[in-house]
Write a protein that binds this ligand. Structure first.
Ligand code: S3P
Length: 440
């Protein structure tokens, strides 16, 4: 955990790179592959710690999984009712997605399970999933709403519900849909705003009928899944650091290959374009039910904006990077409607505001967002210095990119968790032009 990045100031990003596979889709490929009849072949799988945690959990539940090797994973599906209870707690590591989706998937099983996680995950809220699952008949125990989570067999089985989510959360929606596979009747989840729809798309690919009526998504329980081949696109959330880095560093011209551009994930492109970024979406096509394209980004002067709140859930994981872009914009940027950032791998509002101020940028946190006084007109936006990533992968990568516009070296402490979502970040960033060095 003592790993850190040391990044020399300046430079530009250029060339053509492919960032690792999408984390959300990688988790789901293992989960649905495990519940399917037949063998699911996955390519482009994210070989990061989070997705590996999901593989290990399913192995513990009796599923045979080959790989990952060079992004290839083979999941030997056991069918909807083929999982076996594990004799020990299932470790989700740092992965909130794994834990929340597993809560839904395991709530309807005839065996008991306990889910545990690392220090960060052990502080994250699980009631948002436990409460609606309890309304479906599940028996769940938490420690004051946080992990460990104990799931007991539901006495009379699960039954479908119609649930209006109080927050825009794809994890909650997905957990309820997975529980819905085991529930009698229909399960409907209503979103207050659109959230990523990978679960619905992938379930459709596996042959499950999922219907959408405006903000409501529904499925009927008991539908079998049929194995398919899955190609996982590069993660737009990982690409985001490079989109921002190339946008802010003069002379940059960078192409990102095979990036997933599902419209429920492209808020980062829309927000950066509103700020004046030059991003071209090329060769858009559909691969295995998910839209994919090449993104070309060139440096351009950015201006501060009021981020439209409706774009926030569509860019929720990209705010650490977007806050760095805002610091490099001319004028003030205001983010509202982003209270969910406080319950991610760290409190991303508090931690980013603290780090920006440590690097000489005016940043004021608000309960649901931040106000950033952009210094885009000035040569050195950031003063250089030390920032703490608080074991949050996306905070570490966002501040690494800040060095491109810094007058002095930036040291990012506590960066080990970058491996949860972006194995090889340092070498890929270095190949693109960032003067980064990892140190133990
Ligand atoms: C995810 C959903 C988002 C996101 C997380 C991955 C998913 O969380 O922040 O990194 O794969 O469903 P919420 O749904 O809680 O906002």
């Amino acid at each position: 955990m003592s790993r850190r990045f040391r990044i020399a100031p300046g430079g530009r990003l250029a060339g053509s790179i492919r960032v690792p596979g999408d984390k959300s889709i990688s988790h789901r490929s293992i989960m649905l592959g495990a519940l399917a009849q037949g063998t699911t072949e996955v390519t482009g799988f994210l070989e990061g710690a989070d997705a590996i945690s999901t593989i290990e959990v399913f192995r513990a539940l009796g599923v045979s999984i080959d790989g990952p090797r060079a992004g290839r994973v083979t999941v030997h599906g056991v069918g909807l009712h083929g999982l076996r209870g594990a004799a020990y707690p299932l470790d989700c590591g740092n992965a909130g997605t794994a834990m929340r989706l597993l809560m839904g998937l395991l709530a309807g099983q005839p065996f008991e399970s306990t889910l545990v996680g690392d220090e960060s995950l052990s502080k994250r809220p699980m009631r948002r999933v436990a409460e609606p699952l309890a309304a479906m008949g599940a028996r769940i125990e938490t420690r004051d709403g946080c992990p460990p989570v104990r799931l007991l067999p539901a006495a009379g089985g699960l039954h479908g519900i119609r649930y209006a989510m109080p927050m825009a959360s794809a994890q909650v929606k997905s957990a309820l849909l997975l529980a819905g596979l085991y529930a009698a009747g229909e399960t409907t989840v209503i979103e207050p705003a659109p959230t990523r729809d990978h679960t619905e798309r992938m379930l459709g690919g596996f042959g499950v009928a999922v219907s959408r009526d405006g903000p409501a998504v529904s499925l009927r329980g008991g539908q079998p899944l049929r194995a398919v081949a899955l190609d996982v696109p590069a993660d737009i959330s990982s690409a985001a650091f490079f989109l921002v880095g190339a946008a802010i560093a003069a002379g940059s011209d960078l192409t990102l290959q095979h990036v997933g551009i599902n419209p429920t994930r492209t808020g980062v492109i829309d927000i950066l374009r509103l700020m004046g970024a030059d991003i071209e979406v090329r060769h858009a096509r559909e691969v295995g039910g998910e839209p994919v394209a090449e993104l070309r980004v060139r440096a351009a002067p950015l201006r501060g904006i009021e981020v439209p709140p409706e774009l926030v859930p569509l860019a929720i994981d990209e705010f650490p990077a977007l806050f760095v872009a805002a610091a490099c914009a001319e004028g003030r940027t205001v983010v509202t409607g982003a209270a969910e950032l406080r319950v991610k791998e760290s409190d991303r509002i508090a931690v980013m505001a603290e780090g920006l101020r440590a690097l000489g940028v005016g940043a004021t946190s608000t309960p649901d967002g931040m106000v950033i006084e952009g210094r885009g007109g000035e040569a050195g936006v950031f003063s250089g210095g030390s920032v703490a990533a608080h074991a949050d992968h996306r905070i570490a990568m966002a501040f690494a990119m800040a060095a491109l516009r810094s007058s002095g070296e930036i040291v990012v402490h506590d960066s080990a968790n970058v491996a949860t979502s972006f194995p090889g970040f340092e070498s890929l960033a270095a190949a693109a032009g960032l003067a980064i060095e990892g140190q133990a």
